[in-house]
Write a protein that binds this ligand. Structure first.
Ligand SMILES: [Zn+2]
Length: 143
């Protein structure tokens, strides 16, 4: 029991990225997906969690497409090579900090015989924020 609570505190303090599957609630319909407005993603689950003084919204999303285009040769691939959990900050929803959780996918290109990371229209490589969030925060610096 003591170990469990310690693990939880350590986890929560470490980052907002790691949220147990059990904390998410299934999103009953497409409303959240429509509000999110990112064509490539579908919202499957959500979690409204108290973090300090505020409530933070976490959305667990899946990809609408099961294919990706190789960045080297342009060949379409549907062979997922590797998946890694990724979490990025998105625009606030009703004043609540909002994070998107999804899998960052690497596909295998049959032509190049090498894996590649799919490029996503809503977030740049290695960034912790969506493009929409960056545009909102730094409007002067984005052309
Ligand atoms: Zn290729």
């Amino acid at each position: 029991m003591k170990l469990l609570s310690l693990a939880y505190i350590k986890d929560a303090a470490r980052s907002v990225k790691r949220i147990c599957e059990e904390m998410f609630t299934e999103a009953p319909d497409s409303v959240l997906t429509e509000l999110l407005g990112i064509a490539a993603l579908k919202v499957n689950m959500y979690c409204l969690r108290s973090e300090g003084e505020e409530e933070v919204l976490h959305l667990r999303c899946s990809h609408r497409n099961d294919i990706a285009v190789c960045s080297r040769c342009g060949t379409v691939s549907e062979a997922v090579h590797e998946e890694k959990e990724r979490c990025v900050r998105h625009l606030d929803i009703w004043g609540k900090r909002t994070f998107l959780h999804f899998y960052s996918r690497r596909f295998m290109c049959e032509q190049c015989r090498k894996p590649f990371t799919e490029s996503l229209g809503f977030v740049e490589k290695f960034r912790r924020h969506t493009i929409a969030f960056e545009r909102y925060v730094y409007p002067k610096f984005v052309t």
